[in-house]
Design a protein around this ligand. Structure first.
Ligand code: VG1
Ligand code: CO
Length: 539
C-alpha cells in the first residue's frame, strides 16, 4: 500500500448546515472537493486508531465518495471501518451502528430528501460517538479546518469490493462489511410489540412507499419478513441512484401512488413513506395525511401503549413545530422542551434523560433508541398504538382533536431567494418586531414577538438567531426563518399555527394558516426585498 500526499487548495463553502454539508452533486464532483472535506473531518475528529461507521442512501456518487473515504481512512491509519453491504445505510441505522459498535464517529453520504443524480444534490453528514449529528461547535471546527488545508493523504489501492459480508484487512485497518438491516431490525424488535402488531396486521392492511431510496431493504425486512405483510403492499423498494427521477421526499403532495393503492384496496387503513436516507416519515389515514406535529402529539398521548416509550418523562419539539404536543405534555405531566431546528439539538436532552421522544414539523420524529430521527420507528409507533387500541389512524386523530383541539399548521416556503436580500429582509423585520406587541390582527392580539435564542439546558451552550417568532398567546403563532439545507439560493420558511379548540364549530379565523401567512408576507415585505408575491411550496 502506497500512501500519497495530494496538494489542494481550500474551498470557502464547506460550512455544514442544518444537517451536514449539502451541495449540488456537481460541486462534490469537483477535483479535491470531497477529499478536502473528508480531510477536514479527519483533522477535527482524528483518524489514526479510530473506528468509523460509513455508508449512504444509495444516491448517485455514493459509491465513489465511499471509496474515497476508505482510501483516505486506510492511508491515515484508521483502526476499523464498519461498512454496510454495498454501502447502503439509512441515517437512523447509522446512528444505531455507531452506538452498538462503540465507533468513534460515522459519515453518512446523503442529501436526505433532496433529489439525487448528476443534476441533483449530494451531502455528507457526520455523526459522533453517541450516534448524534455533530453539534455546532464541531461542524464549525470542521469548517475552520477546511479553510486551512493544503492537501490530503490517501492511497492508490483501488476500489474495494463492498458486496460480500465479512472482515478483511487493508494496511492497519480492519474492514468489516456487515448487513445494513440485521441490527436495525433487532433494535426495532426490542422497541415494539411485534406479535401484537402482527396480529393487528392480520385484520388491517397498510402500504409503504420507499420512493426508491434507502428504506426499501429495511421495510422488506421489517414489514414483510418480520411482520408478514404481503410484498405487494410495499412500493418502490429498490434503491436507485436517481430515486427513479423523483424527489425522495415524503411530502403530502408526493404520495399519489399510495393514494392510488388506497383507492384500489379498501382494507388499507394506513399508508406511509420515508425519505432518501430514512429518517423522515409520512403517515396518512384514509381521510388524509396526519400532520407530523399531530403525529408527535398522538404518539406522546398514547406512549403507554408503546414498549420503548412506556417510561416517557419528557418530550421536545423544534421551535417551529406546532404546540399540539404541549397540550399533551401538560395533560400528562411531561416536561416539554423547545429547541432550534435540526436534530443535533435533541441529542443532549436525550443523553441527559430529560426527554425520550422528540420531533419536528418537517416529518421527523424520534426517540431515545438512537440519536437521529427515524422514519420506520415512527411508523412502528403508530402500528403499535393501533394494535393496542384496535382503532384506525383516522379514528385516533379525530379523537385527539376532540380532546385537545386541533392545531392547524402549515409551512409556506419561498425558495431560490438571494441570500443577502433574504437576510436583510429578516433583519428589517427583527428591528421592528417589538412594536407589533399589543397589536390586534384578524381578532388576534400579539402577546410576544422576538428572536428565538437557544440555551442548551444540559451544558449552557448558546445558539442565537434561530428564527423570528410572533405569538398570539396560545391561539396562534407565526415563525420566520431561513433554511439551512439549501443548495441553490436560500428558502424563507414561514410556519403558521392556529389552534381551534372546538372542532365541531368553524374556526374563528377564516382561512386560518393562509391568513396568518399573508399577514407575515406583508410584514416581511417579501415582494420588495425578494420579488416574490406567493410561496413556491406549501407543506
Ligand atoms: C430542514 C428541516 C429540519 C430538518 C432538516 C434536516 O432544515 O426544516 O427540520 O431537521 O431539514 O432533515 P432547514 O434548515 O432546511 O429548515 V433531513 O431529513 O434533510 O436530514
Ligand atoms: Co432525511
Amino acid at each position: 500500500m502506497r500512501t500519497q500526499y495530494i496538494t489542494s487548495t481550500p474551498f470557502s463553502d464547506q460550512r455544514p448546515g442544518t444537517s451536514g454539508l449539502r451541495k449540488a452533486t456537481q460541486t462534490f464532483q469537483k477535483a479535491h472537493y470531497s477529499e478536502n472535506f473528508i480531510q477536514a473531518v479527519f483533522n477535527t475528529l482524528g483518524i489514526a486508531g479510530k473506528t468509523l461507521v460509513i455508508g449512504g442512501d444509495g444516491r448517485f456518487h455514493n459509491k465513489a465518495v465511499l471509496q474515497t473515504i476508505i482510501a483516505m481512512a486506510v492511508a491515515q491509519g484508521a483502526k476499523a471501518l464498519i461498512i454496510t453491504q454495498n454501502g447502503l445505510l439509512s441515517t437512523p441505522a447509522a446512528s444505531h451502528l455507531i452506538r452498538l459498535n462503540q465507533a468513534d464517529y460515522g459519515m453518512i453520504l446523503s442529501a436526505s430528501h433532496n433529489p439525487g443524480g448528476a443534476d441533483g444534490d449530494f451531502g455528507i453528514k457526520v455523526n459522533l460517538e453517541r450516534g448524534e449529528p455533530a453539534p455546532e461547535h464541531v461542524t464549525e471546527a470542521i469548517y475552520q479546518q477546511s479553510l486551512a488545508l493544503d492537501g490530503y493523504i490517501t492511497t492508490d489501492n483501488g476500489a474495494i469490493d463492498l458486496s460480500e459480508l465479512g472482515d478483511t484487512r487493508l494496511g492497519d485497518t480492519k474492514i468489516r462489511i456487515i448487513s445494513a438491516t440485521t441490527d436495525y431490525v433487532a433494535l426495532m424488535q426490542e422497541c415494539f410489540d411485534f406479535p401484537a402488531i402482527k396480529r393487528w396486521l392480520e385484520q388491517y392492511r397498510i402500504a409503504f412507499d420507499a420512493l426508491h431510496a434507502v428504506t426499501g431493504p429495511y421495510a422488506k425486512a421489517l414489514f414483510v419478513d418480520a411482520l408478514g405483510v404481503d410484498e405487494t403492499y410495499l412500493l418502490n423498494t429498490t434503491p436507485l441512484p436517481d430515486f427513479g427521477g423523483k424527489h425522495p421526499d415524503p411530502a403530502p403532495d408526493r404520495i399519489d401512488e399510495l393514494k392510488h393503492k388506497m383507492t384500489e384496496d379498501e382494507r388499507i387503513v394506513l399508508v406511509a413513506a420515508s425519505d432518501g436516507d430514512g429518517d423522515r416519515n409520512l403517515i396518512s389515514g384514509r381521510d388524509g395525511v396526519i400532520n407530523p406535529c399531530d403525529s408527535l402529539a398522538v404518539i406522546a398521548d398514547h406512549h403507554a401503549d408503546i414498549p420503548c416509550l412506556r417510561t416517557l418523562r419528557g418530550v421536545a419539539r423544534s421551535m417551529p413545530t406546532c404546540r399540539a404536543i404541549d397540550k399533551v405534555a401538560s395533560a400528562q405531566r411531561l416536561t416539554c422542551y423547545e429547541t432550534p431546528t435540526g436534530w443535533k439539538f435533541f441529542a443532549n436532552l436525550l443523553d441527559a434523560e430529560l426527554i425520550q421522544l422528540c420531533g419536528e414539523e418537517s416529518f421527523g420524529t424520534g426517540g431515545d433508541h438512537i440519536r437521529e430521527k427515524d422514519g420506520l420507528w415512527t411508523i412502528l409507533c403508530w402500528l403499535n398504538i393501533l394494535a393496542v387500541s384496535g382503532k384506525t389512524p383516522d379514528q385516533l386523530i379525530h379523537e385527539h382533536w376532540q380532546r385537545y383541539g386541533r392545531h392547524h399548521f402549515n409551512r409556506f416556503d419561498y425558495s431560490g431567494l438571494d441570500p443577502e436580500s433574504a437576510t436583510k429582509m429578516l433583519a428589517s423585520l427583527e428591528r421592528d418586531l417589538t412594536k407589533y406587541i399589543g397589536q390586534t390582527h384578524h381578532g388576534l392580539t400579539i402577546t410576544s414577538a422576538g428572536q428565538f435564542n437557544y440555551t442548551d439546558p444540559t451544558n449552557g451552550e448558546t445558539t442565537p438567531g434561530q428564527g423570528l417568532q410572533v405569538q398570539f398567546g396560545s391561539q396562534a403563532r407565526i415563525i420566520c426563518r431561513l433554511s439551512g439545507t439549501d443548495t441553490r439560493g436560500v428558502t424563507l420558511r414561514i410556519y403558521c399555527e392556529y389552534w381551534q379548540q372546538d372542532i365541531t364549530t368553524k374556526p374563528a379565523l377564516a382561512g386560518t394558516t393562509a391568513t396568518l401567512a399573508s399577514l407575515a408576507q406583508g410584514a416581511l415585505n417579501i415582494s420588495a426585498f425578494c420579488g416574490k408575491t406567493q410561496p413556491d411550496h406549501i407543506v
